[in-house]
Design a protein around this ligand. Structure first.
Ligand SMILES: Cc1ncc(COP(=O)(O)O)c(C=O)c1O
Length: 437
């Protein structure tokens, strides 16, 4: 029986965004009667193409370096061995024999691809096992995996909220969360970073009776600080919102056994409605997951678009992810090494006068402020055999350009000292301090 079509009432029309979530990045210069602008006539394209041209002309373009072989503490770039300081492989599991063996075994038993999407013919016993293991690891009822962490967020947020709902997002949240809100056409609110009072004030702006989803991150990917989860959970008890935590950088890293920010801060994982994470960081594979109650997961298996419109994780990725979770439990010394290296790196950089912000995890930013200076320092380190990621606008706010270092258990103590020596040599530290920092 088909439902007759009817016009939408004014209250049912999608509300506009309260602000342009991309700050005019995609705006074009066309006006009424003007010829349509070209495909690359946007502020975003002009910004990037100009910057690429300038940095290449100044020989400061260090992005997209081609690694010839595995990632790790040492990588080969252009035939040269380099110390890598910015890989997400926090536990140093890339190249772990058990992880590689599991990936190869999965290819032998299940092939290179599943030939299907998860809802139809792409679900294998390996996927089921991984999802049960993730749910058990996170201490919740169930989990489901997606092709990437980005896809997990892009899949679950629009499945759960729509134009009548409000999503309140920490201002430092990852781009995937903002994109998911755009796709959901939900009302997007941003609140001051890691500030539960600012969140409470923003909640006051949500009309009574409307649903509110709050999204925070376990560890913020550009700053390395940790969300105040106990305060947010306490606020949730009073204000009745729904809570999603992105653990891309806290899974396998925070907590006594690497279970994440809940373990680190003593929060019951069931107090969070939606755990999301990546399988491409501490877990050196590919993919993402969402974990929560069984009912939520049953729904998302049918309601999250990528689960039926995008291919299932390939068996090798599933095998590697499962083995990594096992290694994490069997080799706790990796967490110790990671924390030791991160602490020494932070302390050493501070000692040299660098601004590492409020980092309290394995993500260690070196905030240099100015984009040109940041690119120049990245290039200076590159010339000294040290590969780092420079992060500039729009990934961070203007004036907040930085090198983003990621500690790893793969470094030896000597590697960390070598990194610090390179930072000491690259320029006099006093000139690198951000004004006012
Ligand atoms: C905070 C955060 N969320 C989500 C993602 C997306 O994860 P993935 O790389 O698995 O797509 C990232 C990736 O860097 C991230 O930093």
């Amino acid at each position: 029986v088909s439902t007759p079509l009817r016009a939408l009432g004014p209250d049912e029309l999608p509300p506009p965004f309260p602000e342009d979530p991309f700050g005019g990045f995609f705006a074009d210069g066309g006006g009424p009667g003007a010829a349509p602008p070209g495909l690359l006539d946007t502020p975003g394209a002009h910004h990037w193409l100009g910057l690429i041209r300038e940095t290449m002309a100044a020989d400061r373009y260090t992005f997209q370096q081609t690694l010839e072989g595995r990632s790790g503490a040492r990588v080969t770039v252009g035939g040269r061995s380099m110390l890598l300081l910015s890989a997400y492989d926090y536990l140093g599991l890339i190249g772990h024999p058990a992880v590689e063996a599991a990936a190869l075994a999965a290819v032998r038993s299940h092939g290179t691809g599943t030939g299907g999407v998860r809802l139809l013919t792409g679900t294998t016993d390996l996927h089921r096992a991984l999802e049960e293991e993730i749910a058990a690891f996170k201490g919740v009822g169930a989990a489901l995996t997606f092709g990437s962490g980005y896809m997990a967020t892009l899949g679950c947020v629009p499945a759960l909220v729509g134009p009548r709902d409000h999503v309140l997002v920490d201002e430092y949240a990852h781009r995937s969360t903002v994109d998911a809100c755009v796709l959901a056409r939900a009302r997007l609110h941003r609140f001051a970073h890691n500030d539960p009072d600012a969140l409470a004030r923003e909640l006051d702006r949500v009309p009574a009776g409307r649903r509110a989803l709050v999204v925070v991150e376990g560890v913020y990917s550009m700053d390395g600080d940790v969300c105040p989860l106990p305060d947010i959970v306490a606020l949730k008890e009073r204000r009745r919102f729904h809570l999603m935590v992105d653990e891309a950088h806290s899974l396998g890293v925070l907590g006594a056994t690497g279970r994440g920010v809940d373990e680190h801060l003593g929060v019951d994982p069931r107090d969070v409605d939606l755990w999301m994470g990546s399988l491409s960081k501490a877990i050196p594979s590919n993919g993402g997951y969402v974990a929560g109650s069984r009912e939520l997961v049953y729904y998302l298996q049918h309601g999250a678009a990528p689960f039926m419109f995008s291919a299932a994780l390939c068996p090798a990725a599933v095998g590697a992810a499962r083995a990594s979770l096992r290694v994490l439990a069997e080799e706790p010394e990796r967490l110790d090494a990671l924390r030791r290296n991160a602490a020494r790196l932070r302390e050493g950089l501070r000692g040299l006068g660098y601004d590492v912000g409020g980092s309290e995890s394995c993500v260690v930013p070196v905030v240099l402020g100015d984009e040109e200076r940041t690119l120049a320092v990245a290039r200076g380190l590159f010339d000294r055999g040290v590969l780092v990621s420079a992060v500039i606008h729009p990934a961070v706010a203007h004036g907040q350009a930085r090198l983003r270092l990621c500690a790893t258990a793969a470094w030896t103590a000597a590697d960390v000292e070598e990194a610090l020596d390179a930072f000491a040599a690259v320029r006099p530290p006093a000139r690198l301090r951000v004004a006012g920092a």
